[in-house]
Design a protein around this ligand. Structure first.
Ligand SMILES: Cc1ncc(COP(=O)(O)O)c(C=O)c1O
Length: 406
């Protein structure tokens, strides 16, 4: 047992991780939206409700102390995952990545920045916020292209005092921000900051993030085997400079008739952006999800290796189907396709009759997919650690069969 009450021996095989679901009956391929939750994660949330259902960072009785120690542990696990120290960074919780982006971006002091730089392949959470930030603050917005390998195609002069807001991993085709290191250095050299949409990042391999000097990264627990919750890993220096207006609850330490002081204790700066009571079961469940993923083994493979095997296999098998177009030919945990023979929504509905669950449409990337590329609705297959090669076989077999009928 570890601090989360997880029996780490349990987290060994796919069957015991997702034992509540018959893997021969349900074929879930929508992990880019939300992953399935391993049994231990569900259990740790339930433990909170049944064994120490207290508020964190406010109460002094024993249940509250347990909550404090477990929520602190989740913060530490997140910092450790990206190799950051609590001297420089802190972790705040929120609803989801979208909420995290809103919380940081719209509370930036606009006087410190001249422009916002984003990219065309962004999720609406980024695209729309970059748009509204630039309009509300009357600042220039630069929308860059992304190279096929995911790198941002920017001009150095565009980064001057810029807020760079881009995804680290695309939810269309899994492209990653390959020039992230260089980008972070370039933007810092000219007085800007880099905010990363990490929604699709944390469920996958994140080892290279460890050397990146980002100002903030936002993520979603529900896309990394955790509960529905968001988090913000942010530099304390940035947090201290926010123009806070989303306030209340525990964000302050003194309140006067006409005035107040935000939390100033360096160890609790995250409280400045955690307005109101938090989802403590979710925070604790997220900690157990992080532990679960690092303990994950499928035979001798760890999570990254197993996922690599699955995505290579998926691509290899999809390429055998004649009448589909793939948006990318790189192996990825997120693969978007369309067929000229059948509408993607119809295809998704027919797959669903076999309990094969795939996403259809534009995946909240309307600007890039619909407006810019003028693509028809797509079908997206996204893999998770619950999937197996046998499940991929079943999916591909059915895809091929359905398409061949049109
Ligand atoms: C790349 C990307 N960014 C942001 C989001 C928004 O995440 P959430 O809905 O958890 O806020 C998503 C969700 O799919 C995403 O894929």
């Amino acid at each position: 047992m570890n601090i989360f009450g997880i029996n780490t021996n349990q987290a060994k095989t796919i069957d015991s991780n997702f034992a509540y679901l018959d893997q021969n009956k349900y074929f879930y391929f929508d992990s880019a939206c939300q992953t399935l939750r391993p049994q231990v994660v569900i259990q740790s949330e339930q433990d909170y409700y049944q064994e120490y259902n207290a508020c964190g960072h406010r109460v002094k009785y024993e249940w509250g102390k347990t909550v404090d120690s477990l929520t602190d542990e989740t913060r530490e696990l997140l910092l450790k995952a990206v190799n950051k120290t609590s001297k420089e960074y802190t972790v705040a919780f929120c609803l989801n990545t979208t909420h995290g982006i809103n919380t940081i971006l719209h509370q930036l002091n606009p006087n410190l920045y001249d422009r916002i730089v984003t990219s065309e392949i962004e999720h609406n959470s980024v695209f729309l916020n970059a748009l509204t930030w630039s309009k509300r603050n009357n600042k220039k917005r630069i929308v860059c292209s992304r190279h096929e390998d995911g790198g941002l195609e920017y001009k150095k002069e565009d980064l001057s005092k810029a807020v760079v807001l881009v995804n680290e991993t695309s939810n269309i085709d899994g492209r990653r921000l390959t020039n992230i290191n260089e980008l972070a250095k370039d933007v810092h050299n000219v007085g800007g900051i880099i905010l990363l949409d990490g929604a699709q990042t944390f469920g996958h391999d994140i080892h290279f993030l460890k050397d990146i000097d980002f100002d903030a990264i936002l993520g979603s627990g529900h896309k990394m085997y955790g509960p529905s919750i968001g988090f913000i890993i942010v530099k304390k220096s940035l947090l201290k400079n926010l123009d806070n207006y989303l306030i209340g609850g525990g964000t302050v330490e003194n309140v006067r008739y006409n005035d107040f002081d935000l939390v100033s204790n360096d160890d609790e700066l995250y409280a400045r952006i955690e307005a109101g009571l938090q989802n403590f079961a979710g925070i604790i469940g997220l900690g157990s999800a992080i532990k679960w993923k690092s303990d994950f083994r499928y035979g001798s493979l760890n999570a990254t290796e197993y996922e690599q095997e699955l995505k290579t296999y998926l691509l290899q098998e999809l390429l055998k189907i004649k009448s589909i177009n793939l948006l990318s030919l790189n192996p990825s945990s997120v693969v978007s396709i369309y067929s000229n023979k059948i509408d993607a929504h119809k295809l998704g509905a027919l797959l669903s009759t076999k309990q094969i669950m795939c996403r259809t449409g534009y995946f909240c990337c309307h600007y890039y997919l619909k407006e810019l590329k003028q693509l028809p609705p797509l079908l997206r297959i996204s893999l998770g650690l619950n999937n197996t090669k046998e499940q991929i076989d079943f999916l591909v077999e059915n895809l091929d069969f359905i398409i061949s009928k049109f």
